[in-house]
Design a protein around this ligand. Structure first.
Ligand code: HEM
Length: 66
């Protein structure tokens, strides 16, 4: 669900290309995409739709299956 830009910019904090890392930080990631702070509007990337946020949350709630 993450773009190369997302992975590159966030790599120092969270490895968005790594399932375990994303799952471990799923609550924090969900909060940022839901409230629109990530990806930052200044990055030029579109804000995540409610659908997309819900898909991510469902994935996390169901145990983060690959
Ligand atoms: C716990 C979750 C996250 C934290 C604490 C976090 C924090 C940050 C911080 C501190 C920056 C640099 C400052 C800024 O440009 O505002 C940043 C940049 C960025 N983040 Fe995140 N982030 C999180 C999740 C995400 C997620 C889930 C995405 C993508 C869906 C994302 C995409 C980006 C992008 C694209 C940038 C670069 C913005 C730019 O340079 O224009 N981040 N993030």
């Amino acid at each position: 669900m993450f773009t190369e830009m997302d992975v590159a910019h966030m790599s120092k904090m969270i490895d968005l290309s790594d399932r375990d890392s994303v799952f471990e930080h799923a609550d924090a990631i969900y909060a940022t995409v839901l409230n629109g702070t990530m990806p930052p509007p200044s990055s030029g990337e579109p804000r995540w739709s409610p659908d997309r946020c819900a898909t991510f949350k469902r994935w996390a709630d169901e145990g983060g299956n690959p």
